[in-house]
Design a protein around this ligand. Structure first.
Ligand code: FAD
Length: 462
């Protein structure tokens, strides 16, 4: 999906002045000292120059910015944590609604819920809820935004036991394209609530989220690393072993470069229950083959939530990412990936298998907008590198590995992992049988498709 650029018409100085006066937060343009920092997102390979960046501090700021976009016709991006790999959180010549100043978090200990504003990052939410011994399913890298991750579904270490992030979403406040604010829950605006649970940022700007929390304390987590010459056996073991695990146990796998500088296979494990129980359940994985290192240990939940931060949390590295769902991890797929890992063009790149399982995989596909409700892998080839002048080499590596592995995967994708070159047909297929209803709800709340910098759902035609 390419990102549309340019304004439908030029904004006038009077338009911009009126917006500046309406906002409590700063309105940043190219003359502002913070412009270069404010326009950048997590992916350093995205180098776009918006006309205006509205740093929103409250729901009224968001309403003013949405109204400005509707009146002027300027292209609009919404940014939470800025982690969208294709750079949906920015644009050329348009307006960015930057939610990063909106950081309020309120934990209701008695009811085990949390309300958090749209600019909160997962590390911030986890720290606030863990102060009360509570947590909800959240992203595996601590500086991903709660906004984009939640609206697309939300996979994380707790998904087997507690479902996806959206399965823990109780309510949200949404500013829609007409500038109105709506409270959405199962009882209020239920269609909107259904659509934002998996439909991404298509329906408006979510200014706050309310999540169900669960008691979570010390957890088991970490990695077992194997040399690449054992990777074939390890991944074959992995694909069978992880299908035998209870909901409390989550097991991902990756091919990456170890700190010692050589490519390795890694089993990434997490257990959400008594530590001794987790130790027993993961004993076969830790006893398999001849590991280079076993780094699995009890740890605070927030430590496991940042285990994958290096180098993935680092803003400004250059990235290119391809992804798809796979119902099975075939021998041919394993062989293609190991061959690719043997010629990583960057030590920061990785190939990752995230298993959708347990409670996350058992809900009815039409109960929320997230239709991918069955046990399957979200497989990702992630190119990451430091030097932007070498991008062509690394992008070519991802495309080549992907071309060999893709025939062994489904033609659907976890929509939070969509790439700039994924086709609209892939997005349509990935919404499955929910697509028609999503288009109808889109027509109701965003008939002009103002919110289109995302895995886009075109409004149903009248
Ligand atoms: C390092 C890294 C780790 C990741 N780990 C996980 C993981 O563990 N689990 C997982 O499920 N996904 C993961 N992802 C994918 C992630 O869910 C998506 O990239 C997500 O879109 C990021 O959200 P964001 O708010 O940080 O991004 P942004 O770039 O700010 O936004 C992404 C999209 O969401 C929209 N959006 C964001 N906030 C709002 C809002 N409040 N209201 C309306 N629209 C909004 C934006 O308009 C844009 O279309 C990861 C991505 C990265 C880069």
């Amino acid at each position: 999906m390419s990102v549309p650029t340019g304004s439908a018409r030029r904004t006038t100085d009077a338009d911009v002045d009126a917006l500046r006066k309406a906002l409590r937060g700063p309105l940043i343009d190219a003359s502002h000292a913070d412009y270069d920092a404010a326009r950048r997102v997590w992916n350093g390979n995205i180098d776009r120059r918006p006309q205006l960046i509205a740093r929103c501090t409250c729901i009224e700021d968001v309403q003013a910015a949405v109204n400005f976009a509707r009146h002027t016709g300027i292209h609009l991006s919404v940014r939470g944590g800025g982690h969208s790999a294709p750079g949906y959180g920015t644009n050329d010549d348009g307006l960015v609604i930057d939610l990063s100043p909106m950081k309020d978090i309120t934990v209701d200990k008695a009811n085990e819920t949390v309300k958090a504003e749209g600019g909160v990052l997962w590390g911030e939410l986890d720290a606030a809820t863990q102060a009360f011994g509570l947590a909800t399913t959240g992203g595996t890298v601590s500086n991903t935004g709660i906004g984009g991750l939640a609206l697309g579904g939300g996979l994380g270490w707790l998904m087997g036991k507690h479902g996806l992030v959206i399965d823990n979403l109780l309510a949200a406040d949404v500013v829609t394209a007409n500038g109105d604010r709506h409270h959405a829950s199962v009882t209020e605006n239920p269609d909107l609530f259904w659509a934002i649970r998996g439909g991404g940022g298509n329906f408006g700007v979510v200014t706050s989220f309310e999540f169900q929390l669960h008691p979570v304390s010390t957890v088991l987590g970490g990695m077992v690393l194997y040399p690449l010459d054992q990777a074939g056996d390890v991944l074959r073991f992995y694909r069978d072993f992880c299908l035998t695990l209870p909901d409390e146990a989550t097991c991902f796998a990756a091919l990456l470069t170890a700190p010692m500088g050589m490519p390795v296979a890694a089993l990434l494990v997490g257990y959400n229950g008594p530590i001794e129980e987790g130790e027993a359940i993961f004993a076969p994985a830790r006893a398999f083959g001849t590991p280079l290192a076993d780094l699995v240990a009890p740890m605070p939940y927030v430590a496991r939530q940042s285990l994958l931060d290096a180098p993935n949390a680092q803003h400004g590295l250059h990235r290119y990412w391809r992804s798809a769902f796979a119902e099975r991890v075939s021998d041919a797929m394993i062989d293609a990936f190991i061959e690719g890992a043997g010629r990583f063009t960057s030590p920061l790149s990785a190939i990752v298998f995230f298993l959708m399982h347990g409670k996350a995989a058992r809900r009815d596909p039409e109960e929320t907008a997230f239709s991918a409700r069955r046990v399957m892998w979200d497989v990702d080839v992630i190119g990451q590198w430091e030097d932007g002048t070498t991008s062509a080499e690394h992008i070519a590596w991802v495309r080549d590995v992907w071309a060999k592995a893709a025939p062994h995967m489904l033609d659907t994708i976890y929509l939070n992992h969509v790439a700039s070159d994924d086709k609209p047909e892939t997005i349509r297929a990935s919404f499955g049988s929910n697509y028609k209803r999503l288009r109808e709800i889109k027509a109701q709340y965003d008939p002009a498709n103002m919110f289109q910098h995302n895995a886009n759902i075109p409004p149903a035609s009248a």
